[in-house]
Design a protein around this ligand. Structure first.
Ligand SMILES: [Zn+2]
Ligand SMILES: [Zn+2]
Length: 550
């Protein structure tokens, strides 16, 4: 049997990472991530793969192997585990963060979590698996080497090559070159996220120093907004704060929870036992001795950082003298929200620093020069770029070709890559769907519902309420017309009046039988109003007539 490798997500987008390795007798998955929605997906909290495609392989599915604890790699594991009772392999911090998520789905007790070493070797099904450490914007990340009948396969996970990693463990480039020279690697799957950045990504230690300078120089409080999963950076904030006589208040549920998990598992150390203060005490200490560490760096509307900027946060309100630091990437799609939160921070009187004007953020992904180091070290026979939008994948494939990789190809989600005798070929496509999740994952939103929401947001809605007598068909109440997002403030009175006339005229023109049949008159009203709004406003709002019989 040839080995089949199928990306279920992450090849064509940033997020939703998941890849299937299947030799026909046993199969495993690398990562089960989620994707955050763009702004056309109203009310959708996140998107997960439809793991239904795995049903055929269910009997031989031997495990889920996680590379690190980011949501785009572990965020859909609960959905996978609901349907497939398989063991989950990961390093202790990755499993710790996963456990927090599983608890939200009441799966934490039943899940079989198997802790692994960052440099470890174990068996999953027919696969001889070796984990190797990688540096990234979260500690305890790994990549994997899979050895099986069809060869040696390397999956990098998310990585960068940090010359001075905060935890002292570098990305295992030396180990990979040794494997390459001793065994010959059949294929490399490598992280494409930063292929458009030239040179090297800066070391995480750099940010710690930049923050320390800010903590020293800032006249008042320093409020740092960042992703709560970046444990190294949180550690950097705590150390810098301790050095410059500041205490730190944590804000945001995931910030508090992740810090607790990291302390618990030994991935973080308090520089002094009393460095953390309850957020309610932040106002009681002199401003120059306080730092606030919060989530919300992407400007999400009800996030702690936004509430602080708007003066609506329960404990921390931004005011003159404060320095706000947005210590994370401007994620494409979030720019508007981020610039809105920084405007509010400025309006509240704060000084605002972010990655575009200060060294308060470095990327967790390899830039071009680091990607080259990876390709050269592994020197694979075949190369498939992973983790990225199509243009990243094309650029990364081209880079591998320039470096002389014999077969560098671009694959997208669902492509079946078949390996036999060291050769790779495309062997058709698997239909890979996805679910839109609304709220706590209770119900997956149908794409039809989503279309409705999108339509409503674009064209607005007109609701008509009319009550008719069931015996005579006379009007007992209404017509009442409510519109949302259809008419401008000025034009509203007139067109609502006219719309009411249209409804009355429709009623007048319908026969007595139709007046006693709500379904029929509803259809007539909808048709008449649609024609009216189209002609009057050149718009096609969603029209919802509600005709009651009394
Ligand atoms: Zn990551
Ligand atoms: Zn990622």
């Amino acid at each position: 049997m040839p080995l089949r490798i199928v990306p279920l997500g992450g090849l064509g987008e940033i997020g939703l990472n998941s890849m299937l390795f299947d030799d026909g007798e046993s199969a495993l998955l690398v990562d089960a991530g989620l994707l955050f929605p763009d702004d056309t997906m109203l009310g959708v909290d996140y998107i997960v793969p439809d793991f239904g495609v795995l049903r055929e392989a269910a009997g031989r599915l031997a495990g889920l192997l996680l590379t690190h604890g980011h949501e785009d790699h572990i965020g859909s594991a609960s959905f996978l585990l609901k349907d497939f009772d398989i063991p989950v392999y990961g390093t202790p911090l990755t499993l710790g963060l996963l456990r927090n998520r599983l608890a939200e789905f009441d799966l934490d007790a039943s899940a079989r979590l198997v802790p692994i070493e960052r440099s470890g070797r174990f068996r999953v099904g027919n696969f001889d698996v070796e984990s190797f450490p990688v540096c990234h914007s979260i500690p305890d990340g790994v990549g994997y080497v899979f050895r099986c009948a069809e060869g040696v396969f390397v999956h990098t996970g998310d990585f960068k090559i940090d010359p001075s990693p905060p935890d002292g463990v570098p990305t295992a480039i030396e180990r990979l070159s040794r494997i390459s020279s001793e065994e010959k690697v059949t294929a490399l799957f490598s992280d494409s996220t930063n292929v458009e950045r030239d040179g090297h990504s800066l070391s995480e230690s750099f940010v710690g120093e930049a923050l320390a300078e800010i903590f020293e120089a800032a006249p008042g409080r320093v409020i740092v907004a960042m992703f709560s999963s970046n444990i190294h950076r949180i550690q950097g904030v705590l150390s810098a704060a301790a050095r410059h006589g500041r205490r730190v208040a944590l804000c945001g549920r995931s910030m508090v929870r992740n810090v607790a998990t990291a302390l618990d598992l030994g991935y973080m150390k308090l520089p002094r036992p009393d460095i953390l203060i309850p957020v309610e005490d932040a106002e009681k200490l002199p401003d120059a001795t306080v730092a606030v560490l919060t989530t919300g760096s992407q400007g999400a509307p009800r996030s702690a950082a936004t509430l602080m900027a708007l003066g609506e946060h329960k404990y921390v309100r931004v005011r003159g003298g404060d320095t706000a630091v947005l210590s994370s990437k401007f994620i494409p799609g979030n720019e508007r929200a981020i610039s809105s939160v920084s405007n509010h921070l400025f309006l509240a009187g704060a000084e605002v620093l972010h990655e575009k004007i200060s060294e308060v953020h470095v990327s967790g992904h390899a830039s071009r020069e680091e990607l080259k180091i990876m390709v050269r070290a592994v020197a694979p026979e075949n190369f498939i770029p992973v983790h990225g939008e199509p243009r990243f994948l094309v650029r990364h494939r081209n880079l591998a070709r320039e470096l002389g990789v014999p077969h560098a190809e671009m694959a997208l989600n669902g492509d079946i890559l078949e390996f036999s005798g060291g050769r790779m070929r495309f062997a058709g496509k698997l239909e890979v769907g996805r679910f839109f999740v609304d709220g706590k994952g209770v119900g997956a939103v149908e794409s039809l519902v989503l279309k409705d929401r999108y339509q409503l947001s674009k064209v607005g809605m007109v609701m008509v309420v009319l009550a008719l007598s069931s015996t005579t068909g006379e009007i007992l109440y209404g017509p009442d017309i409510v519109t949302r997002g259809v008419v401008t403030e000025n034009g509203s009175e007139a067109s609502v009046d006219e719309a009411r006339e249209v409804v009355l005229k429709t009623w007048e023109e319908s026969g007595i039988e139709a007046r006693k049949d709500p379904a029929e008159i509803q259809t007539d009203i909808r048709r008449a109003l649609r024609r009216y709004f189209n002609k009057r406003l050149d718009r096609k709002p969603v029209i919802l007539p509600l005709v009651l019989e009394l």
